[in-house]
Design a protein around this ligand. Structure first.
Ligand code: BGC
Length: 250
């Protein structure tokens, strides 16, 4: 097996996606394979779906996994959009036992950020770059001169005046639950971005996750002065970044 190939897997609240990644080029070498996240999304159920993805690719090498929680030394410390049994679970060990492969796990937004900073819109950008993934929740990754500060949770910043944490107010789930038009939801997202801008004064925001593909539908209501780009690697960023990180760590 070529040592520049790593299986990248992105575990999300609604889908689990995988592909083989050329980590030197930052490109997927196969089609993305997606399965629904099992419900309830307990560790045992998710591990079984994860194994189906590994088997689909008949994979025997390194695996990088993006997971929607705070991850320290392979262990999940939170579980906002996934079953609460994940809190305290050693995700890396569980998935290694399930797949019999070496597995490295990091937060899903950190994974997407790694891909964008290495191969996408953040490549070579000096200063502070914040990537936000807009999906079931809101994930974040922050970089200073290309270096990642892991496990930030800007989706959980409290928005005074709206009496809510950001992801309950401005995620794609909030848009659907509150039946908002793209521009009404965009106004909420603008409030959120301007608050982040005020606190962090970044040099660039990169928007990723499913909703970033709809940026044309809400960009007219986004008025902040910080430049905004949409993730170049789109919904492949989480898979590619997880594989890149695994290649560095395993
Ligand atoms: C979680 C984050 C995750 C984000 C996107 C949030 O609810 O707390 O850890 O990155 O969702 O999946």
């Amino acid at each position: 097996m070529k040592d520049n190939l790593v299986l990248g897997v992105d575990i999300g609240g609604t889908g689990i996606k995988g592909a083989i990644v050329d980590v030197k080029k930052g490109k997927m070498t196969t089609e993305r394979f997606r399965l629904e996240t099992p419900q309830p999304s307990t560790p045992i159920n998710v591990a079984a779906t994860f194994t189906k993805i590994v088997d689909h690719f008949k994979w025997k090498g390194k695996i990088g996994v993006g997971f929607p929680a705070v991850i320290k030394n392979g262990v999940s410390h939170t579980a906002s959009n996934i079953h609460k049994d994940w809190i305290g679970t050693d995700v890396a060990k569980l998935l290694e036992d399930a797949s019999k492969c070496a597995v490295s796990v990091l937060n899903d937004a950190d994974a997407a950020g790694m891909a964008e900073i290495t191969f996408g819109e953040g490549k070579g950008v000096k200063g502070t770059v914040i990537l936000l993934t807009i999906g079931t929740g809101i994930g974040s990754a922050i970089f200073l001169d290309g270096q990642l500060l892991t496990n930030t949770e800007f989706g959980h910043i409290y928005l005074k005046g709206h009496n809510a944490v950001a992801e309950k107010y401005a995620s794609n789930t909030a848009r659907k639950t509150d039946e908002l038009s793209w521009s009404d939801w965009g106004n909420r997202f603008e409030d959120y971005l301007s608050h982040l801008q005020f606190i962090f004064n970044p040099d660039l925001f990169i928007l990723g996750g499913g909703s970033s593909k709809k940026y044309d539908k809400f960009k007219d209501v986004i008025q902040i002065s910080t430049p905004i780009k949409t993730a170049k690697l789109l919904n492949e960023a989480g898979i590619i970044g997880a594989a890149v990180r695994a290649n560095q760590l395993l």
